[in-house]
Design a protein around this ligand. Sequence first.
Ligand code: TRP
Ligand code: ZN
Length: 852
Amino acid sequence: MSELQAKHLKDYQSPAFTISELDMLVDLYPSKTRVIARSQVIRCRDNEALLLDGEGLELKSVKVNNEAYPYQIVAGQLRLEGLPAHFALEIETEIDPVGNSSLEGLYMSDGAYCTQCEAEGFRRITYFPDRPDVLAKYRVRIEAPKTGFPYLLSNGNKVEAGALDDDRHYVVWEDPFPKPSYLFALVAGDFDLLQDSFVTQSGRHVALEVFVDKGNLHKAHHAMASLKKSMAWDESRFGLEYDLDIYMIVAVDFFNMGAMENKGLNIFNTKYVLADIESATDDDFHGIESVVGHEYFHNWTGNRVTCRDWFQLSLKEGLTVFRDQEFSSDVGSRAVNRIQAIKVIKNQQFAEDSGPMAHPIRPQSVIEMNNFYTVTVYNKGAEVIRMMHTLLGEAGFQAGMKLYFQRHDGQAVTCDDFVGAMEDASGVDLSQFRLWYNQAGTPTLKVSDSFDARSGEYRLVVLQQLPPQAGDDAKPMHIPFDLELIGDDGKSLLNKVLDVKEAHNEFVFEGLSTRPVPSLLQNFSAPVKLEYDFTTAQLISLMRNASSEVARWEASVSLISRAIWGNVNALVSGGDMALDTRVADAFRAVLLDEELDPQLAAEILNIPSINALIEQVDSVNFDALVSARAFVLEELSANLEDELLVRYRELYHIDSAPARALKNACLAMLARGGLCPEELVEKQFNESCNMTDSLAALGAAMAGELDCQDSLLERFEQRWVDTPLVMDKWFMLQASRQDDAVLGRIDALVSHKAFSLNNPNRVRSLIGCFAANNPVQFHREDGEGYRLLTRYLKQLNGVNPQVAARIITPLIQFGKFDEGRKQNMKACLEELIGMPELSRDLYEKVSRALSQ
Ligand code: TRP
Ligand code: ZN
């Protein structure tokens, strides 16, 4: 059990030895790859042993200053004692890339060798101080057969290449920037190569290379364009320039996450590289642009300045997500990007923050680091950076960034160092604000107001309540509270960011002639829950008059959510369900508003999912919620049928992403109401030349349970069976079907020739999507949905524990459900915890869930 013990932030110690240079030979063979690592080691503290991390390695030899040296293996670590102040360490190990299904360390993806070292994968390549505060200069020599492996890549610059015996060849790479081991990368394989170049602000010529599987070159152009856009944007908005002569991106089909920012050699999930209009949706194109940007922006926020330890992960991830969100917002629609980011927080992060895995953006204790690449660290982390941006303003924030790089370039630092730079550069006191790094859970702001017509005084009372997850000694946080007051005539009276710092706060506004409508927490200025008793009339007014487009969307979500919860109550108390005509009229106005950005209109029409609605309450009557939501959708659809059809037809031939978004939102709403004519769907499916429209037609056929749904699914399958990324969409559609036969179909699809449990994209599309996006069948009362997930988790535990631990999420978030469902979920978790050889990844999540 020693392996399952948590590590604590408070126990951090700087390394006893550091490594200035690492010279590696990687001699590639499918199941016997030889690695010789020669390090220059420097002792930092006396009388301590050198401890090197290692996992799954076959150790061949250990030498110190060229002589064999005695060692011990203690708890998986290699231990050397009595070492001099400076020495050369040489370690030879053998590893098995073919047998590596965990996709950490060195593994094979479709015949190519590749690596994934973040967070702790380098220890699967050689014994090393595998921690981010050991920064070394790398020189890497790769040897492999010429046939099948013409490209041998690593970080930095190529300095040497040549032929060897037996059809083998070698390449040597040198990375001039000292880096932690998690940024090491190596790729060997045969690819199609898209080449381009970029000239930086200061005139540096950078070669840009995107490597994709053979036959996919035509799908690499959008990624390349996104890379150039990202490079230009980081120069113009942040003044940051690229620092090497080459930037490479390699796309691989087997990858645990989205992409990885290895210095000069990013490795990407194909999902975030490959796209053409026929096979990728508009959302896919947007996703590629934002992930390419994200990894590129890491070159400064993550690589040039890195993390001292993994508890500081949000230092690079929160900041880099903030940067990629700003990039998307500057080059696209700011409001729509903001809405999408808000949805991630409200629908996923709030759930994490109230569930068993709740942690602050800087966690205090961790069993398996891979479990902390979370929506809390990434997305709430980005919200925390965004709040600092709000408090400091763009100029103050940029001054802080500048000071941060001045102080810390080339270092491994902490979140406190970042906040310190922001504080010192701007003069804004962030001492209370720092609590955002310590306290888990979502604070609630309870807002009430009053208006005195005689004095013209409007008073706002804001109570800050901290959740139990924040801890027993939780203190009130510093919350920027963005407020607009809107007058009778719909005109803006005031726009201001208030500082909410206490448990009890009061704000008084004078000189008002009538009671204003408040637009509260505009732009979601803090990741908190808001409680205020809006009237229907107020929400309708906000939908129409708020100056912020995001606030208009927020009002629409509140309005429709209230309609749904009202019907849940009606069902529970035996009353009749109904929809207020004013609600339908408010949505009609959105459809008829020609001025409104169609993408924003689409966001408003896509009413909250079941999972999103569950996050609005503390406990849920699940069956009533499903019925009430379906009822409201049907009513809305029936009420708006004419307008939906008209808008759909108007937009039908317009070839732009925003137009498609609204057109397909109209189609989806008609389909959910059972009002979507079969001809319409088939026509769109047959005529569509782009994946967005094809998929939307298919989705509508399924939502409306049209007769054509099976034949369309089959045609789609036949056309795309050899295109894995498109088959993922097909698997997702299959996994989302709401009829009882879906469980049997999923079991059958696991044997489909396009499916493999070893490929994370496939697993996420079929099994992950079922658990996360098919609440109706996943939360079946008989528990069969939970048991299906559990069966596959047991298999994945051995194959790829990282992916298993990611898709388990809906099974551990049982807190809001009824006793029966809770018991069913817990029984599955008990079964998992009883497994022999349960991975650390699953152990951490399951044990936390069961001890709740
Ligand atoms: N650092 C990567 C990013 O944010 C995340 C990542 C990629 C990762 N692959 C991983 C994290 C594997 C853990 C394990 O873009
Ligand atoms: Zn990242």
